[in-house]
Design a protein around this ligand. Structure first.
Ligand code: GDD
Length: 416
């Protein structure tokens, strides 16, 4: 039997995802028509041995209860949400809930960062881990560019065994282009290593060396567990070339949307053509009402209850539940929030922030909202929930906070 643990953080994480995370916790933000971590759950349930999925975070249970109950019904595996009483870091929550993970004595458990998206190769990862009998942790690794690698955990491997000889979390200078994807298989014995790390942290915290540590139970999986495991021949990495990306910003959500749509392509293409003219990679919720003269795609997800009126053009965008896009307006490289409305002949447009196609292994640059001059970095446009864009208005590279009723055009602005 196998289990899976998904780390989702809490409301204080995901700040680069605002204002989208103001109404919906980031792990539940819909990408390709499904909450972000539903894609993780789908990957886990493809393995028949995976019987239980534990979601660990510090969102309140009220935020997560409906989702967990929906997932249980849909996938018929045990899915539970375990709430940290305070953010305990990537390792602290895992250690705190170790008895729940060990219950039933699973052969191993997958550990997945909730803010990554991928064509998760969990079966191969599990085989790879099993082939190495002394492995406590197997990391899914992928190649990044030299410049971008320093924003991730960096791995150095011994060949041909693939054991990790060196691990540095977000190094100050170049270490390796092989990076940690935040996807792991762990044997239960990893908790012995974590117990030692926990003890060291406790000693440090109570002797005053733990200054800056927010809580005595706080532990970093990467710094307190992975880094010391390097060089012990108990940690390995499987390098993959599958599609993988982080979801940190709204721009990365649009990028993830395209890839998940390409992977699933579930909806019947012919059925969609009956609704309106659609390009590839489009998800339209069955309850959405789309005028036959609208032109949708590529890379568009349209949520439940959305209304798309005549002559509308939408590409590279996510339209959230119950939004209305009025006649002849254009939406591209944008996220339109729940219940928002775009008036007739208006144009809502952002700037794509895809990885550089000319650089092999380039990942998304999760650029901060503002550049060093304090100006907004060009990115996708975001309309928060309930925003109203009047008719004949242009909104370019702008972010509008929820429930604003705009009265004119804006470009490169945050409208508070
Ligand atoms: N339960 C819980 N509690 N989850 C947490 C906490 C916490 O206190 N803090 C962070 N997480 C979750 C986040 O929600 C996210 O899904 C995941 O753990 C990673 O946390 P971050 O702190 O955002 O790390 P990162 O994304 O910058 O870097 C990590 O992921 C990279 C791959 O995406 C590291 O593991 C890197 O080494 C790795 O390359």
């Amino acid at each position: 039997m196998l289990k899976a643990v998904i780390l989702i953080g809490g409301p204080q994480k995901g700040t680069r995802f605002r204002p989208l995370s103001l109404d919906t916790p980031k792990p539940l933000f819909p990408i390709a028509g499904k909450p972000l971590i539903q894609h993780h759950i789908e990957a886990c349930v493809k393995l028949p041995e995976c019987r239980e999925i534990l979601i660990i975070g510090s969102y309140t249970t009220t935020h997560m209860a409906q989702f967990v109950s929906d997932m249980q019904k849909e996938y018929h595996v045990i899915i539970r949400y375990l709430q940290e009483f305070t953010p305990l870091g990537t390792g602290g929550g895992l250690y705190h809930f170790r008895d729940q993970i060990r219950a039933g004595n699973p052969s191993a458990f997958f550990l997945l960062n909730g803010d990554v998206c991928a064509d998760f190769p969990l079966k191969q990862l599990w085989y790879f881990h099993q082939e190495r009998s002394n492995a406590l942790v197997t990391i899914m690794g992928t190649e990044a560019t030299r410049e971008q690698s320093v924003h991730y955990g960096c791995l150095v491997l011994e060949e041909p065994s693939k054991s990790v000889t060196h691990y540095v979390e977000k190094p100050n200078s170049y270490v390796s282009t092989l990076i940690n994807c935040g996807v792991y298989v762990c044997s239960l014995n990893v908790f012995h290593i974590m117990a030692d790390a926990f003890q060291r942290k406790q000693d440090g915290f109570y002797s005053g060396n733990g200054q800056g540590t927010p809580h005595p139970g706080y532990m970093s999986w990467e710094q307190d567990v992975l880094a010391p495991l390097a060089g012990t021949k108990k940690m390995y990495a499987m390098q993959v070339t599958n599609w993988w990306s982080q979801v940190k910003t709204a721009g990365s959500a649009i990028y993830a949307n395209r890839h998940y749509l390409m992977l699933s392509n579930k909806q019947d293409e012919d059925a969609k053509k009956d609704i309106c003219h659609v390009f590839s990679e489009v998800f339209i919720h069955p309850s959405a009402s789309v005028d036959p003269t609208a032109v949708i795609g590529p890379n568009v997800s349209i949520g439940a209850g959305v209304t798309i009126k005549a002559g509308v053009r939408i590409k590279e965008s996510i339209i959230l539940n119950n939004a209305t896009i009025h006649e002849h307006s254009l939406v591209m490289y944008s996220v339109v929030g729940q219940e928002a409305s775009v008036g007739e002949w208006s144009r809502v447009e952002g700037t794509p922030s895809d990885p550089d196609p000319n650089k092999p292994f380039a990942k998304m640059d999760n650029t901060p909202l503002f550049n060093t001059d304090g100006r907004l970095n060009p990115s996708v446009s975001i309309l928060g929930a309930g925003v109203v864009v009047p008719a004949e208005t242009i909104l370019l590279n702008s972010i509008v906070l929820p429930h604003k009723h705009l009265t004119r055009s804006f470009k490169h602005e945050i409208i508070l």
